[in-house]
Design a protein around this ligand. Structure first.
Ligand code: TRP
Length: 891
């Protein structure tokens, strides 16, 4: 059945003991020859007492238990005595004694107890379980003799041991009530049907720890655990609770069951290298002691410990030497209670009163460092055994707020109450089959179990668990420099979600004697205006902060996303709020005002020129320049200048319609006039003979027709444009998304370019014709000026096209307005400046004589046809020599 390795031998010994016991107790068929009942092994109990009913107790009175290695080359260190667990054992003893003295609880019965040491180790725990079942000797074994029945077992402390004990007790249906085993694994009722506990399930503790981490924003934490079920399940539970929260586990480390310095140093290395300054530890003082010793040797500080209930109230660590390293530790301690007689009772324990109890001797050795009995194996100095127990023996004497001890106390009372109820059972109203009661002289363990173990303040739920309530304990510096456990809050699992955790933050002290909450994060939080960007391959708690793009905002810290601003809104500089977009159009700001001034000045200048011309309408220069056409041009130019005003100001439906149409028609008119003028110049130049056909076709009427029809074409294009797809005001958010640009949408760009194209065409035509006529000699060669003006005009508008297309928003309007002004000025200056110069400044030149003196006769061909038909130029020519006042004679 077993391979014969030393280990299996070890196991088999235990199992055989069990089988041996089992065969006696339950299933063994009556042997034909009765063999005497003998126990295969005997284990010394810590305390025993007989009674009508016996309760077993298993406590880890020693720790540091190690099994020898398989080839026996390693000698395990000696086990160490644990005064704290000894106190628990004494508390059980006290509780039983109290019950026995009680006149209310089990008045006519006595309880006995058998308390064994588990050595805080599963295999030795198993031994204790078997010892509890078997009794100390054959006589005391309930199965061998009439000894009292073992009703229930109070134990064990560590979950790993409790699992083993529970498995052994389970076949006999002996209930066990644990005072410290909180492992969530016990919720599996099929595996542990006889297991009860007076400590909350760790599921609540991990929930509480998770809430604590979230509460203090510790998003990057390390977890260290012991190598046992308690550690394993607690870690699992914590990871489960942290799923979906903002907390990530930076590392998980395990302190090996067999303490290994090398491994411990590695763990410390990880701890000090990590950004996770908060470390949650699921372990107990047994394994924490050597670990913390090495931790202190390494002189690592700055770690904020979160202690599990197993060590958060361990008085071993209260020495002042621990404070720099462990001060500020926070954790969840199990509920405390009050046992009024405990302190006095513990005082009664002395080597004198228990001369035969080796444990009491060990207690003395542990507390006073001396041995009360000679000879001492530990080679400690001798002492009297009458030493006084003091408060500083806190590991043993700390009875001010018993927690685990109170659990032990409760557990004993729970069993007593259950038994009491069973014994009080009224026939016919019992909890068993057919409402029967238990036999008062033979209560069986399973009946205690069935009767629902319940006592004062103890209520087990269906899973055998008790009420989830924890105190939050903070390790603070006491008056003498030592560590004090200060209650700084509570966790009440029965409260509604979110209200369970209550922390009095002002009472807290953190690691390193700090008042501020320690920071334990992988990445500092992202301020509003930026968002988290998780680093590839790293947990979500490690992220970079990326500023929101413009147009997006994040208004809270640690946003996962930047959100788009609603339409018509845009992000501010900091990307924290959405502000209404700036509405822009070519307003009457500096640019708008400048354009307005220029345009008004232009218009005034034009009117000025008009007035000058009108005033000097009979002078040679005006007349020679075809005054009617000049007036037309000036009229058109005035409008051209004014046209640019329509581009300034908030675009409306009307101004949009007016903008391009008004400008294009006035320009068309203007260019048409110039075209007509050019034609006349050219015709006069080319028609060498009087009565030439060309000249016939260029009389004033014809000129008007030409002007009218050329302008009409533009008017028609504009009309079609307005009817079909007229320009309309629009909000452009595409160009610059942070602004709303109010502009005029052209409606139909084809129409827009047609209109411009038409002006361009006219200008080109004009240019070509004027170019042909440019060679006319003399001062008044109009063709030269026309060529020049059209050249400027064309240059302006050619430059306009790329500038317009590439100009952003409102500048497109400004560019167009500017082009209008520039080209208008070009025309005005080129065409009229030289004439005005002569008219105003050189009136002596403004005479026919002068003109005639300096110009060839055919220059006169171009002279004022409005008053003198070109066909009658002879008349003008003949009389021109005689006129002295510069006025042309009537024909
Ligand atoms: N609640 C712990 C458990 O269930 C308490 C404990 C007692 C413990 N002894 C221990 C934990 C030893 C680890 C090791 O196990």
């Amino acid at each position: 059945m077993f391979a014969l390795t030393p280990l299996s031998l070890f196991y088999s010994v235990n199992i055989l003991t069990l089988t041996h016991f089992q065969c006696f107790s339950v299933t063994s068929p009556a042997p034909s020859t009765v063999r005497p009942c003998t126990l295969q092994n005997r284990f010394q109990p810590a305390f025993t007492a007989n009674g009508d009913y016996v309760i077993g107790g298993i406590f880890p009175l020693h720790y540091n238990q190690e099994m020898p290695d398989l080839n026996c080359t390693y000698r395990p260190p000696p086990v160490r005595f644990d005064p704290r667990a000894f106190r628990w054992a004494l508390t059980m003893k006290l509780a039983v004694e109290e019950i026995n003295q009680s006149t209310q609880l089990l008045p006519n019965y006595t309880l006995g107890y058998k308390i064994f040491d588990s050595c805080a180790y599963p295999l030795t725990g198993q031994r204790a379980a078997v010892a509890v079942l078997n009794g100390i000797s054959e006589e005391e074994s309930p199965t061998c003799s009439d000894a009292s029945l073992l009703l229930a077992v109070i134990g064990e402390s560590g979950s790993a041991q409790s699992i083993v004990v529970s498995r052994i007790l389970q076949p006999f249906r002996i209930p066990m009530i644990s005072y410290f085993s909180s492992c969530a694994c016990f919720t599996d009722r099929r595996s542990y049907p006889t297991f009860f506990r007076v400590i909350p399930n760790d599921d609540y503790q991990v929930k509480a720890i998770a809430q604590l981490l979230v509460r203090f924003n510790w998003t990057w934490v390390g977890v260290v655990r012991g190598d046992h079920e308690y550690g394993r399940f607690a870690l699992q539970g914590l990871l489960r609770e942290l799923k979906g929260t903002k907390v990530c586990v930076a590392y998980q480390e395990m302190i090996p069951l067999l303490y290994n310095r090398q491994k411990a140093l590695e763990i410390m290395q990880v701890e000090s290298n990590s950004l996770a300054k908060v470390v949650v530890v699921f372990s107990a003082e047994g394994e924490m002691t050597p670990f913390l010793r090495d931790y202190m040797i390494q002189n690592i500080t700055g770690i904020q410990w979160v202690a599990s209930e197993a060590w958060v109230t361990a008085s071993v660590f209260t020495g002042s030497e621990y404070y720099p390293f462990l001060g500020g530790t926070i954790g969840f301690g199990i509920r405390r209670g009050h046992i009024s007689r405990l302190s006095d009772y513990l005082m009664t324990v002395s080597p004198e009163n228990y001369p035969n109890n080796p444990l009491v001797k060990e207690l003395w050795e542990a507390l006073y460092g001396c041995s009360p009995h000679a000879p001492s194996a530990s080679q400690l100095p001798l002492c009297t055994g009458q030493e006084i127990l003091l408060v500083q023996h806190s590991a043993y004497m700390n009875t001010s707020s018993p927690r685990v001890a109170y659990n032990v106390y409760k557990a004993v009372y729970a069993v007593a109450h259950s038994l009491h109820n069973l014994l009080l059972c009224k026939p016919g109203m019992g909890p068993f089959e057919n409402n029967s009661c238990a036999q008062s002289n033979n209560v069986l363990p399973w009946q205690v179990l069935k009767f629902n173990i319940a006592g004062e303040e103890v209520n087990f739920d269906l899973k055998g668990d008790s009420v989830p309530y924890y105190d939050i304990i903070n390790w603070q510096k006491g008056t003498s420099g030592n560590i004090e456990f200060v209650n700084v809050g509570l966790f009440d699992g029965t409260k509604a979600a979110g209200e369970e955790l209550v922390i009095y933050e002002d009472k807290l002290t953190w690691a390193g004697h700090q008042r501020e909450v320690p920071v334990s994060v992988c990445s500092a939080s992202c301020p509003p205006g930026s968002r988290k960007a998780v680093r590839r391959g790293e947990p979500i708690c490690c992220f970079d902060c990326i500023p929101c793009d413009s147009g997006k905002i994040s208004n809270e810290t640690n946003s996962v996303e930047c959100i788009f601003c609603p339409e018509d809104f845009w992000s501010n500089e900091d990307r924290t709020i959405c502000i209404p977009k700036k509405v822009e159009f070519l307003a009457y700001d500096s640019l708008g005002i400048a354009l307005t001034v220029i345009s008004v000045v232009g218009a005034c200048l034009t009117i000025g020129v008009f007035l000058v011309f009108f005033h000097h309408r009979n002078t040679a220069v005006v007349r020679v320049n075809n005054s009617e056409l000049s007036f037309f041009i000036l009229f058109a130019l005035t409008f051209c200048f004014l046209c640019s005003l329509v581009f300034i100001g908030e675009p409306t439906r009307w101004s949009c319609m007016l903008r391009h149409t008004a400008f294009s028609i006035t320009f068309s008119l203007c260019i048409s006039c110039i075209l007509a003028k050019t034609l006349v110049v050219l015709a006069a130049f080319t028609a060498t003979r009087p009565g030439d056909n060309i000249m016939k076709w260029l009389g004033p009427k014809h000129q008007r027709v030409i002007i009218f029809s050329c302008t009409m074409v533009q008017v028609i294009i504009c009309a079609a444009w307005l009817i079909d797809a007229s320009p309309y005001p629009s909000r452009n958010t595409k160009y610059e998304r942070s602004k709303i640009i109010l502009e005029c949408s052209v409606g139909s760009s084809l129409a827009f370019w047609c209109v411009l194209g038409y002006i361009g065409l006219q200008a080109c035509l004009c240019f070509v014709l004027a170019f042909l006529a440019r060679k006319l000699p003399g001062n008044f060669n109009e063709a030269k000026f026309i060529t020049f003006s059209i050249l400027i005009f064309c240059a302006v508008w050619l430059a306009f096209i790329p500038a317009y297309i590439s100009s952003p928003g409102i500048y497109a309007d400004a560019v167009e307005s500017f082009a209008i002004l520039a080209s208008s000025f070009g025309l005005l200056f080129c065409l009229f400046a030289p004439k005005c110069y002569i008219i105003l400044l050189k009136p002596e030149k403004n005479t026919k004589q002068h003109l005639m003196a300096h110009n060839h006769s055919y220059i006169v061909k171009t002279m004022d046809e409005s008053r003198c038909d070109i066909t009658h130029r002879k008349c003008f020519t003949s009389s021109s020599t005689s006129g002295s006042n510069g006025e042309a004679p009537p024909c």
